[in-house]
Design a protein around this ligand. Structure first.
Ligand code: PLP
Length: 360
């Protein structure tokens, strides 16, 4: 069997060790004579999985006790609506930073429910930077301040955590969660879809400060109300058991490999190598301001875009999949989440150099 180096932005690669464990577990999980997909979510065995997953995540991120960890469905996109429905009153102002396609989508969704003030916007330079915090035009009484910590499409990552003062800070961390240690206490809510650094799509991670739970608007559907998840251990209806189980295996795997300090060291090294290879060449380039370059998503364009199709075909044939950039940016994008081994980066750099040598 040969595994591709999968550079997909999501659903993304899952660690080989976790896939091996899933394969072994499938026919007879935990001595039940069933796969995990076939057992009741209310069984003792599954409740243990859910509790362990939460505890391991709490250990990894050092989540303080005054935060709840929720596992709803609906992806990060549903959080674009759940956040305003739970944390703002009708007609109230909310602040959003617009740094790319995902924050733009969050803004469009929130605009259905509240009065959105865009405090800063980097569309003037095609979303290639994060505007200086001092220039943000914040409202006086915003219910919260929202930003996307890592814009997956343009490969722009905040090099700082905004200082929101007493206003709850809310972040979409779908494509950066678990890539490095994080001071959770700075946030009101952190949310992330699973399909990058957590596991398969289907479960969403929401870390929410407890005082922000229980304020949903009266018309909020039950399954969009954080308090319903909080009270039921995210089991008020049937949860996505398989995804949750895999997420738990990924958390265990990260703990066994030195936790987020070790993950961060490796991620930084991987990203630096790839950016250095791009910057050292006049054949490839990356347009993002250097201090905002993402560790997780590395877009790069070929000087001569007529070679794009050839690059993609040859890279695919060489075992590097999903390198095509998002249509709004063009060129290529290498998403190098936690599960991408350093050897995959080295191999990609080798391929890029050889392609440049033969086509440059
Ligand atoms: C930063 C970011 N936010 C939100 C989303 C949407 O996530 P989902 O598909 O889980 O709704 C994505 C998906 O790739 C993303 O990268």
């Amino acid at each position: 069997m040969s595994r591709a180096y999968n550079f997909s932005a999501g659903p993304a690669a899952i660690p080989d060790a976790v896939l091996d464990r899933i394969r072994d577990d499938i026919p007879d999980w935990n001595g039940t004579g069933m796969s995990v997909m076939e057992v009741s979510h209310r069984s003792k065995e599954f409740v243990e999985v859910a509790e362990r997953a939460e505890q391991d995540l709490r250990d990894l991120l050092a989540i303080p006790d005054d935060y709840s960890v929720l596992f709803p469905q609906g992806g990060a996109t549903l959080q674009f609506a759940m956040v305003p429905l739970n944390v703002s009153a009708e007609g109230q102002s909310v602040d959003y930073v617009q740094t790319g396609s995902w924050s733009k989508k969050a803004i469009a969704e929130a605009s259905k429910y509240c009065n959105v003030n865009v405090v800063a916007d980097s569309s003037d330079k095609n979303f290639t930077y994060v505007p200086q915090e001092e220039s943000w035009n914040r409202s006086e009484n915003a219910a919260y301040l929202h930003y996307c910590a890592n814009e997956t499409i343009a490969g722009v990552e905040f090099p700082f955590i905004p200082d929101s003062g007493d206003t709850p800070l809310i972040s979409d961390m779908s494509s950066t969660i678990l890539s490095r240690p994080l001071d959770v206490s700075r946030f009101g809510i952190i949310y992330a879809g699973a399909q990058k650094n957590i596991g398969p799509a289907g479960v969403t991670l929401v870390i929410v400060r407890k005082d922000l739970i229980g304020q949903a608007r009266p018309s909020t559907p039950s399954l969009l109300d954080y308090s319903v998840y909080d009270k039921s251990g995210s089991m008020s209806n049937t949860p996505p058991v398989f995804t949750w189980y895999v997420a738990g295996l990924v958390f265990q795997h990260l703990k066994e490999h030195g936790g987020l300090d070790a993950v961060a060291e490796l991620n930084e090294r991987k990203a630096k190598k790839l950016y250095a290879a791009i910057d050292d060449s006049s054949f490839y380039s990356n347009p993002v301001r250097v201090d905002c370059r993402s560790w997780m998503n590395v877009p790069f364009i070929l000087q001569d875009s007529t070679l794009d199709a050839k690059f993609l075909a040859e890279s695919e044939a060489a075992g590097f999949t999903n390198l095509k950039g998002h249509r709004s940016v063009g060129g290529m994008r290498a998403s190098i989440y936690n599960a991408m081994p350093e050897a995959g980066i080295d191999a990609l750099i080798g391929f890029m150099r050889e392609f440049e040598r033969t086509n440059g």
